[in-house]
Design a protein around this ligand. Structure first.
Ligand code: KIV
Length: 297
């Protein structure tokens, strides 16, 4: 494996912590967050200098092939989060609580959130929702679990919302979103994702909150930005939200590489001697003799 660490003698970079993120808002430094779902990509996200890795339940759509995030289970999340924590060292690691893992009761949420910390090496967890999850956020933070909140478009409610639609478009809905965000901050959330909300609403929420806002489809005035890795790399074509910027088309590069493999195997140009193993001539002769004797006998 190649060394992508910048050299064996380079000092290990300082790990990003929850207080670091809050300090970044205070100091006017923008926060970067990216999803990842396995060790290989987590390593690459880490090497790119991204501050936070979210093991998002978007896993269900971009990796597991479901049409929504709803079917994702705690076991799915813990397995992938553990892989991410084996691949990344510097970024703050956040595990996304899947649908059904925190809604029934705060104690249910506590038990499931603890799995992210104990079994998967996560630093914090994320829950979707406004006023209805405030009590849960209070319980988790009171018990030592750092919580990132998530308001606006909350994909676990996609059926109720009637699709992946922009939220908080009226003054009333926007006011509710800002009030929810303030209540979540008061309950102890250390940061909050604002998804698919008009940019001016996100800007007003960001001004009013002491904790950092991380936008996705929420304009440039949030304290940080998050995108889904597979959207960024062109690895997911099933659904492309307006906010998802494609920075590379790795999907096309993968198809080209696999087509070349397919052609080379079929026409016999792969493998060459470079990718094959050999043996001593004397051993080969001995093998051929033994096979010839067996045939004759
Ligand atoms: O699951 C996810 O990837 C998310 C981000 C889109 C914020 O919740």
């Amino acid at each position: 494996m190649s060394d992508q660490s910048g050299g064996a003698s380079a000092p290990a970079p300082k790990e990003v912590t929850v207080p670091d993120l809050v300090a970044m808002k205070r100091d006017g430094k923008r926060i970067t967050m990216m999803t990842a779902y396995d060790a290989a990509f987590a390593r690459l996200v880490d090497h790119a200098g991204i501050d936070v890795i979210l093991v998002g339940d978007s896993l269900g759509m971009v990796v597991l092939g479901y049409p929504t995030t709803v079917p994702v289970t705690m076991d799915d999340m813990v397995r992938h989060a553990a892989a991410v924590s084996r691949g990344a060292t510097r970024p703050l690691l956040i595990g996304d609580m899947p649908f059904g893992s925190y809604q029934a009761s705060p104690s249910d949420a506590l038990r499931n959130a603890a799995r992210f910390l104990k079994e998967a090496g996560m630093d914090a967890i994320k829950v979707e929702g406004g006023a209805e999850v405030v009590e849960t956020v209070r319980t988790l933070t009171a018990n030592g679990i750092a919580v990132m909140a998530h308001v606006g478009l909350t994909p676990q409610r996609v059926a109720q919302l009637g699709g992946f639609k922009v939220q908080a478009k009226t003054a009333r809905a926007a006011r509710r979103l800002i009030d929810d965000a303030l209540a979540l901050e008061d309950a102890g959330a250390f940061s909050i994702v604002l998804e698919s909300v008009p940019a001016p609403v996100a800007a007003l929420a960001t001004q009013r909150l002491g904790i950092p806002t991380i936008g996705i489809g929420a304009g440039v005035d949030c304290d940080g930005q998050v995108l889904v890795l597979h959207d960024v790399l062109g690895l997911y074509g099933d659904f492309k939200p307006k906010f998802a910027k494609r920075y590379a088309d790795i999907g096309a590069a993968v198809t080209t590489a696999l087509q070349e493999f397919d052609r080379e195997v079929r026409d016999g140009s792969f493998p060459t001697a470079e990718h094959s193993f050999t043996m001593k001539e004397s051993e080969l002769l001995s093998l051929q003799r033994s096979l010839a004797q067996q045939k004759a006998g």
